[in-house]
Write a protein that binds this ligand. Sequence first.
Ligand code: F6R
Length: 614
Amino acid sequence: MCGIVGYIGTKPAAEVLLSGLSKLEYRGYDSAGIAVRNGLDNPLIVKAKGKLKHLLDKTNNGKTVPGFVGVGHTRWATHGAPSELNAHPHCSDDMNVVGVHNGIIENYQELKEKLINKGYTFYSQTDTEVLIKLADYYYKKYNIGPVDAINKVMVRARGSYAVAIMFKDYPNQIWFAKKGSPLIIAKGKDESFLASDVPAILEYANQVYYVEDYECGCLEGGNVTFYNLDGTDITSTKKLVNIDWKADAACKGNYPHFMIKEIEEQPRVVEDTLNAYIKDNKIDFDSIGLSKEMLSKYENIYIFACGSAYHTGIVAQYIIESMCNIPVRVDLASEFKYRNYPLNKNGLAIVISQSGETKDTYEAMIKAKECGLNTMAIVNVKGSTITRDADITALTYAGPEISVATTKAYSCQLIVLYLLAVQMGYAKGLVDEKKYEYYINELKQIPSKINEILDEKVEIQKLANKFLSMRDVFFIGRGIDYALCMEGALKLKEITYINANAYAAGELKHGTISLIDEHVATVAVLTQEDLFEKTQSNMVEIRAREGSVIALTTYGNYKVDQASNDQVYVPEIEDIFAPSLAIIPLQLLSYYVSVNKGIDPDKPKNLAKSVTVE
Ligand code: F6R
């Protein structure tokens, strides 16, 4: 939520900032702004409401904002409506302090009142303006330098923040501070960068520093200095971390949207994730500190996640329960945080997150840890907040995911969860050697089978036209198919704005069927052999009420013809791994409906990727 960037060096700052913001736009896109400083002059601040494109137009791609020092921001509104006034950067009235912020200052009202009593006035509704003016207040009142002023702010402000600030008296420096929101720093020859996330600096650097909570610091040319809350220089303790991603991974290339690029990358990234954990035809989690002995002993599994990541947890629940014969409880991270139920300390708490920054997921993990559980994080972004506090981290190898709607990260999460289930079943003696080999071989087929589905994508493109006039769409299925339906429905509603709901097929008759008519389409997912006929009966009931039905099943199940208007087939695979194949047509369907409706699937309205607020 919100992306910040900062640059100081020898290049025109505005161009570096705008390029960085274009890579962070997934974090929010209701307004954007930059502040660039040219020598001793006050920074020139330019902001524009709406997507970054408006700021690019307004600044002629940055050319009208000269200077070599600057900060930038792309916003997902929290305090105050999306508007030019509320857009960042914000400044003190005399431009003594100018800065950008990602996060939420929880006690901003109280701080604002304090500042109003001291004579400050406010032009925006944002908590950020309060933060900037608080820094200005401490700086002037105590006649102190930036380190002390920032540290005083950090002591006083509650909530989360990553900030980049310029002080009038320090024309060749950019200051930063962090608590709770991500912030990375990179440096080059005579230049340095800061950003909320790695894609913003991939073009310029392949190593980064992660700023920790309650640290602040300063960029000056190619030098970076870090301080702790006492104002002690801690630079010598900071370590540069290698980035594994390539610069072009965060670019669209010849694709019209990141989403379709990311959908098409799935065979490769799924294979990369499989290869990371399958060595010599055996699953290897020892390298991440998760031995077979540990897996054999867990008595319960608790899974916490949000959105699509939560949906992968539901798939895993079905598989782990039946394969490993232990109870699996899956909770939305935002719910788990505020409820109390008995947790078995011999259980493993798994959190799943693409970004590794989702606040609810992070806090659920911390709560599980505090309750004495071992924690495992399945995360896509190396070095992210969740990975730094988890006991065990299993990375997914999806590469940077830029489109707001997740596709490839979801697929890679499924892979890690399947591997975990199989390895745990094996460790517990419930999966024998022969079955183990069989499962591994089946898993290795997934990338090529995804490719086969992608080769037929034009069929889904044609089908997408049928959805344009639909009022509602239901996704129905049983067992694992129901878990998959949850993801299919979320994908459709988030990028097409069509109301879509996932229903356990057996539940339809208990109320929902009253909504079925000719304006409602139902996608029925039937990949589980033992449940096929049951779901088929539910399809017949829908057709009898004038609802149209699209069946999604495996090749060979041709009898779905009798109960559906349209059919989509995916290659055969062991039933428990079917979600990895059946999700592909559902992703494609949402993508094509979105594009046909003239929506930008990469940046659907009101959303942002990486939800770092509650
Ligand atoms: C939907 C989507 C979201 C995320 C959710 C969790 O397409 O992307 O539902 O899955 O916000 O985000 P992460 O995985 O970063 O924790």
